[in-house]
Write a protein that binds this ligand. Structure first.
Ligand SMILES: Cc1cc2nc3c(=O)[nH]c(=O)nc-3n(C[C@H](O)[C@H](O)[C@H](O)COP(=O)(O)O)c2cc1C
Length: 381
């Protein structure tokens, strides 16, 4: 096994610990937390880790390849970077660091509507390979304008989101008064003073802003007005009436993220979506909800031939990617893991995190004697 990353941080736990010591508490808690009592957050990981795989040592083995095809595109590994909002708050310039690393490793980077780099910049950094995740605007004119920009930027995939019909209840963010730009209460100022690397880089790259939304935002909003603007501008609730015009307008691949039931999968197929991401938003929305690995198995076996089934929530390693694929996912995404990477290691964090995951997944496949990622379901116990 050749190690192509900094050996001081060989796991997501190492990156998470380092991230915790490098960024202000309000930013770390926004990244790390789930919702309510964090039950769904922990359930995602613990139930995923119950999945066990069986090796086939005596089988002919000609080497493992992680190369994968999803939505008609070829990638070097079966995982990608999930959309995460406010990335520049957690580590300055994170979306650009991650977009570049994803491009270099030939894996997908998904840009969130509410992150701190614009659609156009993400597309430039990835030579038109970044996917775009759209939060649903209340006004059709804004929806159409953003979709036109994503098309002009040649994003191959538009991801729409069904699992944020309402804001998640996140006690830490409430306590921290989390806002964008960060609210500088006395408590938060002390947290920033204790994190000089973060403060220095924030000064260097400037205050993070919602770059994709900048053209639509009135100038000089104070914090309260900004919250109101976001509330009025987006309505997360999706239904047939909202999906149909998007399907008609968007000529690229269309993916529904946040699916947690067979009924919603059937709707997605009926409405002509190309793929779904079985996801519960990393346990940030419904604390009483299921882990994603549970519905994944049923959904993938019942509908995997009709629609491309992907998954996220709770994955932290190469073995976790193998587990998800063994249970029927064609592709996996991770959110927090990549942000732990940039928060811990700055510019090197994207490349480092992708390299760990690739090395770990390669090792799992070699250990199982599994040549292709599409063969992983044969190893499920
Ligand atoms: C801090 C944070 C912000 C997020 N923001 C978004 C977002 O703007 N849009 C979106 O579709 N999903 C968002 N998500 C959800 C991720 O895309 C993904 O579903 C989730 O992180 C997967 O779980 P994991 O973090 O356990 O890998 C966010 C997740 C986190 C942790």
């Amino acid at each position: 096994m050749t190690l192509e990353f900094n050996p001081d941080f060989p796991s997501m736990d190492d990156l998470r610990n380092k991230a915790k010591s490098r960024i202000p508490k309000f930013a770390f808690e926004y990244l790390d937390g789930g919702c309510n009592e964090d039950v769904n957050l922990h359930r995602n990981t613990s139930e995923l880790r119950e999945v066990q795989l069986k090796p086939r040592y005596l089988r002919d083995f000609n080497g493992a390849s992680m190369k994968t095809k999803i939505l008609g595109m070829k990638y070097d590994a079966p995982f990608g970077i999930a959309p995460v909002g406010l990335q520049g708050l957690m580590w300055p310039n994170s979306p650009e660091i991650l977009a570049k690393a994803a491009f270099q490793h030939n894996i997908p980077f998904v840009l969130s509507t509410v992150t701190t780099t614009s659609i156009e910049r993400a597309s430039e950094l990835t030579e038109g390979r970044a996917w775009f995740q759209l939060y649903h605007p209340t006004e059709n004119s804004l929806r159409d304008d953003i979709i036109k920009r994503a098309a002009a930027a040649e994003c191959p995939v538009l991801v729409i989101l069904c699992d944020v019909p309402t804001f998640g209840f996140r006690p830490r963010d409430i306590r921290n008064g989390l806002a964008m730009p960060p609210k500088m209460s006395i408590k938060n100022i002390f947290q920033v003073l204790g994190r000089p690397h973060w403060a220095f880089n924030t000064l260097k790259y400037g205050q993070p802003n919602f770059e994709t939304l900048r053209p639509y935002m009135p100038k000089g909003l104070d914090l309260k007005q900004l919250g109101k603007f976001m509330d009025q501008t987006f309505s997360g609730r999706l239904n047939e009436e909202k999906i149909k015009p998007i399907r008609d307008m968007w000529k690229g691949k269309l993916v529904l993220k946040g699916v947690a039931s067979e009924a919603d999968t059937e709707e997605a197929i009926r409405l002509g979506l190309d793929g779904i991401i079985v996801s519960n938003h990393g346990g940030r929305q419904l604390d009483a909800g299921e882990s994603t690995i549970k519905p994944l198995k049923t959904i993938a076996s019942a509908y995997g031939e009709k629609i491309e089934v992907m998954m996220d929530s709770g994955l932290r390693s190469g073995p976790d990617v193998a587990r998800a694929m063994a249970c029927g996912a064609k592709f996996a995404f991770m959110g927090r893991s990549f942000m732990y990477g940039t928060a811990a290691l700055g510019k090197k964090g994207g490349d480092h995190t992708i390299s760990i995951l690739k090395t770990q997944l390669q090792q799992v496949m070699e250990q199982l004697c599994c040549e292709r990622v599409t063969d992983l379901p044969q190893h499920l116990i």
